[in-house]
Ligand binder design. Structure first.
Ligand SMILES: [Zn+2]
Ligand SMILES: [Zn+2]
Length: 264
């Protein structure tokens, strides 16, 4: 006959949610978490009863040891028919024999954890009813707190960045916030339309089998508000210069004017 070695039965696993910030997901963090645990009541040692110094008349049966029931008189279960009692329900645990103890655990959160990842802390779950058996595990489900700027898509980090339409047109260097600190990014010249820039590997950090994500900056081009006189003149000059070679700089505009402003 074959015998199989089985590990001893363990206590139940305990599930809790831990909310962390996006910044903590990037850098990793040390978090203090409070874990409630059912434990035997220290007041009554788990019996649920408190011994009275002086015996009392049983409050349930009034000392008769009997209770009236539809089938007739029955023995009072609270005093076992004796009519008096020498113990009452424990005032700390209300007779349950258990109390909730809160423990604080320091948990190291590795960099790169994201929503719905689970960290398993061996032996930090509920105890087994039999003290000879090991306790269960604590399973921490991670939740990322909403962030006013950053969004997550898989392991990509996305943010929207307002930018001068002129800068977007001619390109240059621009600063963007990042959970691990400010970064300077190079914008290539191009259309001043909303467009995005993707920096490979600058998203959520790699963890286990998942490689690091990308940083995606979505540019929102803006034109200046209420230009003053000096700026007005500069823009006027610029617009005239552009109009002079509209075929090259404004092909759609040049085509429209050729179609609709031609008087021959
Ligand atoms: Zn108690
Ligand atoms: Zn009684």
């Amino acid at each position: 006959m074959r015998t199989r070695h089985r590990p001893p039965e363990r206590g139940a696993d305990r599930r809790q949610t831990l909310e962390i910030s996006i910044e903590e997901s990037f850098t990793g963090a040390l978090c203090a978490i409070v874990v409630p645990r059912r434990a035997p009541c220290v007041q009554c040692d788990g019996s649920g009863k408190e011994t009275l110094s002086v015996s009392q008349l049983c409050p349930s049966c009034g000392g008769t040891g009997r209770l009236r029931a539809p089938a007739g008189l029955v023995r009072c279960p609270d005093c076992d028919g004796r009519g008096y009692r020498s113990a009452c329900p424990c005032s700390v645990c209300a007779g349950s024999g258990e109390q909730t103890i809160e423990r604080t655990l320091e948990v190291r959160i590795p960099a790169g954890v994201v929503d719905d990842d689970e960290l398993r802390l061996a032996g930090e779950g509920d105890p087994h009813a039999n003290p000879g058996h090991p306790p269960g595990d604590l399973r921490l489900r991670i939740r990322l707190a909403p962030h006013p700027l950053f969004r997550r898509d898989g392991r990509d980090l996305i943010l929207q960045r307002p930018v001068s339409a002129l800068r977007l047109l001619i390109g240059g260097t621009i600063r963007v916030p990042h959970p691990a600190g400010l970064r300077s990014l190079r914008i290539e010249p191009g259309l001043a339309h909303p467009r995005s820039l993707r920096i490979a590997g600058a998203g959520f950090p790699a963890r286990a089998k998942w490689p690091a994500g990308d940083l995606v900056v979505e540019f929102e081009p803006l034109l200046p508000h209420s230009p003053d006189t000096a700026l007005h003149d500069l823009i006027d000059q610029l617009d005239r210069a552009l109009a002079a070679s509209a075929d090259h700089h404004f092909p759609e505009l040049a085509r429209w004017e050729a179609d609709w402003l031609n008087e021959h």
